[in-house]
Write a protein that binds this ligand. Structure first.
Ligand SMILES: Cc1cc2nc3c(=O)[nH]c(=O)nc-3n(C[C@H](O)[C@H](O)[C@H](O)COP(=O)(O)OP(=O)(O)OC[C@H]3O[C@@H](n4cnc5c(N)ncnc54)[C@H](O)[C@@H]3O)c2cc1C
Length: 325
């Protein structure tokens, strides 16, 4: 497992802002994990070409007190600004690494990505924005069974159900094992072998499969879902249909709330609980950018990056001192 003092999840304005702030402060450099192949995916994907990027967004004026700011400019100029921050500060961004789990173990965090990167960090800053969504299957989910088709584990574990878990990554493996404590679980994956699951999870899953607690159906490709007497009829391309009470998809991606709650972050109503520096109820786990703001904006993201750095300096300076300090 690779070690770093500060791990940042997400290379949007907030994540890049945090990395720049800590670097310019002379603290240990942050490692950023970014799920796409480029920085600022929200701006790249959701802003139309030539869009004006407003420095005052939705009438909320924020004057960032940190090192980053900008004046209203085009999408393309803004992205060029962010790219030059990344190269100018030689930021360590690991692209194509979607973080699916942050786990606190004692004084350290373990950060796991779906591409297999594992980081051990003293401090984690989640800056994944608010636009994440779990991936959905290509075929429709009929309205009659929508309440039985889930994309994350519910707060209350179901019991005594026939459950199908679909997916071939760590989240699918972990959910299958967890659900099998009280349910009859089948794990369906479209490939003949698992190749994205980390060693610890594959070991646990093999144990559950050997004792018959989890059945696997591999390779198996689902063609369609149909309602059937209050259950879900799953039509496979390569074999007869099977019926289940509940179906869980773990096809990658997750909503920011599920992601944070899985890491242990508490919510007050719809908002994650944070203090004035963006630190959550879990010491050394900070939120920056849209995740930490009531009304998100780029200036807000830059300012929140500054506040996170201030909190790190005030509370954890000794943990993150750079070589030169
Ligand atoms: C259409 C539109 C127009 C807007 N116009 C303006 C404007 O003119 N001015 C303005 O100030 N604001 C504007 N905003 C809001 C602004 O884009 C956001 O407030 C800002 O992008 C928030 O930055 P962030 O870094 O918190 O999150 P994001 O910009 O959403 O960045 C999050 C990053 O994290 C990555 N990520 C997500 N999940 C994971 C994961 N699990 N693992 C690793 N990486 C992950 C994403 O790929 C992304 O690169 C607009 C928003 C939209 C949708």
């Amino acid at each position: 497992m690779e070690k770093t003092k500060i791990a940042v999840i997400g290379a949007g304005p907030a994540g890049i802002g945090v990395a720049v702030e800590v670097k310019e402060e002379g603290l240990a450099p942050a490692v950023i994990v970014e799920k796409t192949t480029h920085a600022c995916d929200t701006i790249v994907k959701l802003y139309r070409a030539g869009k004006r990027v407003d420095a005052v967004y939705q009438k909320v004026e924020i004057v960032p007190q940190g090192r980053l700011s900008f004046t209203t400019e085009s999408k393309e100029d803004f992205l060029a600004r962010m790219d030059s921050l990344v190269s100018g500060h030689a930021l360590d961004i690991r692209y194509g690494q979607e973080c699916h789990k942050i786990q606190a173990t004692g004084d350290l965090f373990q950060v796991f990505t779906s591409a297999g990167l594992q980081l051990e960090a003293n401090i984690v800053v989640a800056a994944i924005g608010i636009f994440g969504r779990p991936a959905r299957p290509v075929y429709p989910i009929p309205g009659e069974i929508r309440d039985k088709v889930l994309f994350s584990l519910p707060r209350e574990l179901p019991a005594g159900k026939d459950v199908l878990v679909v997916g071939g990554g760590d989240s699918a493996a972990e959910a299958a094992c967890f659900l099998s404590r009280e349910n009859c679980v089948t794990l369906s994956y479209r490939r003949p072998d698992f190749f994205r699951i980390n060693e610890a999870n594959i070991c646990t899953l093999n144990g559950y499969c050997c004792t018959g607690k989890v059945k696997t159906k591999m390779p198996s490709d689902i063609e369609a879902l149909e309602p059937e007497d209050g259950r879900i009829k799953v039509l496979f391309k390569d074999g007869g249909p099977l019926s289940f009470d509940l179906l869980f998809y773990f096809l990658g991606g997750s909503s920011p709330r599920v992601f944070l709650e899985n890491a242990g972050v508490k919510f007050i109503g719809k908002r994650p609980q944070t203090d004035e520096f963006g630190e959550t109820n879990i010491p050394r786990l900070f939120l920056a950018g849209d995740l930490a703001l009531d009304k998100g904006s780029i200036m807000g993201a830059f300012h929140s990056a500054h506040l996170v750095k201030k909190g790190i300096l005030r509370r954890y300076r000794d943990l993150v001192a750079g070589e030169e300090t």
